[in-house]
Structure formats: C-alpha cells, structure tokens
Design a protein around this ligand. Structure first.
Ligand SMILES: [Zn+2]
Length: 220
C-alpha cells in the first residue's frame, strides 16, 4: 500500500551505515518510518529530511509484513525551518515540545505552522507565541479567551490572565497584574495568524511566549 503524508520532522535516528528512522508529527499522529540510503551523498530524499521542515512524504507500507516500519519512497520539502543562527532558541523550543507532546491530533498545529513559519525570521516572538498556543490546544488545554473574568464574568477592570486558571481575571480576583496590552494581545491568539500578528507587538508576544512555555513545562 502506498500513500502520501504531510508532516513536520521532529526526530532522525541513524541506523545501519546510510539509513535513518524518521519521526514526524502528521494527521496520523506521531509517525515513524524507515528512510533507506538517505545518508548517501547523492540522496535526493536526504536533502528533504531536515528537522522541523514540513515535508510531503510518499510512504510504502507492507501489508504482509506488519512488523516492519513503513518505508519512505520520496520526500519533498513544503516549507523549511529558516536557517538562521539567531533562531537557535526557537528551534530548540519547537523540537523539544513537538517531541514531548503525545497528542494524536496534529492537523491544526500543522496548518498553523504552514501559515506562520515563514515569518519566523521577521516576527519570531509573535510566531512562537502563536505556535506554542496551538500546542496547548492540541494538548487539550483551551483557556477561555472571551474577555471577562473567569470568576465573576466581569468585563471591566481585567488585570491578569493565567493559563493555569483558564483565562482572564479582574481586579477583585487577580493576585497579580500584567500590562493591559498583553491582555489585549491574548484575545487574538486563537484567531488566524495574521489577525494575531496584526494585533500584537513583539514585546507583548515575547511575554506571552514565556507564559506559555512556563505553563507547558508545568503540565506536560
Ligand atoms: Zn472577577
């Protein structure tokens, strides 16, 4: 059986002299396949197997030998992760969380990745906040992004947002305060990437990015 699969490469393990086992996140969940000869110098497939690239794979699966890993026939890069030393931390964070999260529903993340990763060079905090939020969603965490205190529903005097409490907090129910512009930016984070990007700035996005990383580290 042969089929196509779109996925983001999250791990490669060398095996034998020239082969690799490649793991991707895809609409089939986390998925590993055997990639023969991809470490040979003239391998076209090898050039299309960069970690964190979004790639279209043609996969062959043997019905008779179900114990064998599916096998790569062809790999074509759709979008590469930008090659830029200034994006080292972004690379590390994405690789870490994509490997750590064991969701089976990756399609929304893949769609968001397609939408936003080309802006990583120019808007790294905005892209990272957006993608990390998508990871929360596929992990099954959906904070209440509606403007209003999660305790009393008050829409006025909102002063904080806590992921672990699940949304906004008003001045009567918050223990801390963050800048109002960050609260406004958060309102757009579950919308389309361009909408979020148009309604936030790099500074606020950097704070949101840190908030989500801290929360992900607590819950996964
Ligand atoms: Zn309240």
């Amino acid at each position: 059986m042969e089929y196509e699969l779109e996925g983001i490469i999250i791990k490669k393990q060398n095996i034998n002299d020239f082969d690799q086992i490649v793991t991707v996140v895809s609409n089939r969940g986390k998925f590993s396949f055997f990639a023969p000869s991809v470490k040979k110098e003239n391998s076209k497939n090898g050039l299309n197997l960069n970690t964190l690239s979004l790639v279209n794979f043609e996969i062959i699966e043997s019905q008779k030998r179900a114990n064998l890993l599916p096998r790569l026939k062809r790999a074509n890069t759709i979008i590469s992760f930008p090659i830029n030393v200034m994006l080292k931390q972004e690379y590390i964070d994405l690789e870490f969380f994509l490997n750590k999260i064991n969701s089976i529903k990756w399609q929304n993340f893949i769609d968001a990745y397609k939408e936003s990763i080309k802006f990583l060079d120019s808007k790294k905090n905005i892209v990272m906040a957006y993608l990390l939020y998508k990871l929360l969603e596929i992990e099954g965490i959906n904070p209440n992004i509606e403007f209003g205190c999660i305790d009393c529903r008050n829409k006025n005097n909102l002063v904080d947002f806590k992921f672990h409490q699940g949304g906004y907090l008003c001045i009567n129910h918050a223990k801390e305060k963050i800048e109002f512009s960050i609260l406004q930016s958060l309102y757009w984070i579950n919308k389309a990437f361009v909408t979020f990007s148009d309604n936030t700035n790099s500074y606020d996005a950097q704070i949101i990015r840190k908030m989500i990383i801290q929360y992900l580290n607590e819950v996964i």
